[in-house]
Design a protein around this ligand. Structure first.
Ligand code: CAA
Ligand code: NAD
Length: 306
């Protein structure tokens, strides 16, 4: 198993002993559904909020499938226990299209579209609707945490909780300290991260935090290498898998993350740092404009069955 990025599987099913018992996840897409899943596995009550009922249906199906994978590993030869595990964990997740159904929570994790103004509007609304004790956090990949929380009053109870895709498998959680975050909020976030089975690292509100700041140049250089025709996409990916021990090659990973997300992260890193390594890449721009976003649209560098 890959030692470079610590891929030993770690599925938590223990009940959290810290103060956070009820979690709301806003945004039930790729990341939000995974965050809801790991919180439910840890015995917490979860509200999962999205704009459209059909997106919540898709999220519930994906959570059920992934809970089965986890349960099969825990209760190998006991079908009844597998079903019981899946039932109990999924019953802890309540879904709704109404944000107000999720405001009475100890922690709210936002995993909606990567747009500053949309995130700001959501947090301003949550700040007004939630009880005083509720901690608010964003799962943004690249936007400044302080900018997202600029309009809220409870700045001491706000920060970043940056998960990695696929959330149930990747063991890391980056806890991002906002300028005015209290020590109590920081400790609560670290404790909560542990309770959902993650190893937490801490980072300032700096562009790309730790992981995306380092993955960005790697991904950009791989895209440019393919654009220049230095090697085929297959050989670039095989090169990094077999020559450097990565579980996926850089172009496969870009398809997996979403080319739109990849482009957005690189754009923000360029805007914030001015480092030319993050400058826009014509091939990436073209593929995003053509809707070739990777696994989620059925085509990116490779083709996928929907
Ligand atoms: N839920 C639960 N379990 C899952 C799962 C899911 N969604 N997806 C995979 N698994 C489990 C499988 O059951 C399997 O478990 P075991 O090894 O215990 O049998 C294991 O994970 C491996 O799965 P597969 O055999 O299906 O596939 P794989 O070996 O090719 O691994 C992968 C798939 C885990 C995605 C692996 O390729 C990988 O780690 N890729 C790199 C992912 C990565 O780098 N993510 C970070 C992206 S950057 C980011 O997220 C930040 C950002 O802001 C953009
Ligand atoms: P996604 O498109 O799969 O899901 C976003 C979901 O949010 C959609 O279901 C959408 O309907 C919903 N949504 C949008 N606006 C909403 C609103 N106002 N209220 C409620 N729901 C709303 O996106 P994703 O890949 O899950 O990314 C979500 C966030 O996580 C982004 O900020 C992204 O940058 C970050 N992130 C993504 C990755 C990744 O690999 N994709 C990794 C880490 C962090």
């Amino acid at each position: 198993m890959n030692k470079l990025i610590g891929l030993t599987r770690n599925f938590s099913n223990s009940t959290s002993l810290n103060a956070i018992k009820t979690v709301t996840v806003v945004g039930g897409g790729l990341m939000g559904s995974g965050i809801a899943q790991v919180a439910a596995q840890a015995g917490q009550n979860v509200n999962l909020i999205d704009l459209k009922p059909e997106l919540l249906d898709t999220a519930q199906k994906s959570i059920q499938n992934n809970l089965h994978r986890v349960a099969r590993k825990i209760h190998k030869d006991a079908p009844a226990k597998i079903e019981e595990y899946v039932k109990e964990a999924s019953e802890r997740i309540k879904v709704s299209t109404n944000l107000e159904d999720g405001t009475n929570a100890d922690l709210i994790v936002e995993a909606i579209v990567e747009k500053l103004d949309v995130k700001q509007q959501l947090f301003n609304r949550l700040d007004q609707l939630c009880p005083e004790h509720t901690i608010l956090a964003s799962n943004t990949s690249s936007i400044s945490i302080n900018e997202i929380g600029a309009g809220i009053k409870r700045k001491n109870k706000f920060g970043g909780l940056h998960f990695f895709n696929p959330v149930p498998v990747m063991r890391l959680l980056e806890v991002i300290k906002s300028e005015q975050m209290s020590e109590e909020t920081y400790q609560a976030m670290m404790e909560w991260g542990k309770s959902v089975g993650k190893t937490c690292i801490t980072c300032k509100d700096t562009p790309g935090f730790v992981v995306n700041r380092l993955l960005g140049p790697y991904s950009a250089e791989a895209l440019r290498m393919y654009e220049r025709g230095d090697a085929s996409k297959e050989d670039i990916d095989i090169g990094m898998k077999l020559g450097a021990g990565y579980p996926m090659g850089p172009l496969e990973l870009s398809d997996y993350t979403g080319l739109d997300t990849n482009k957005f992260v690189l754009n923000v890193l360029y805007e914030k740092t001015g480092n030319p390594v993050f400058k826009s890449i014509p091939l990436l721009d073209k593929m995003v404009a053509e809707g070739k976003l990777g696994v989620k649209t059925g085509e990116g560098f490779y083709k996928y069955k929907k």
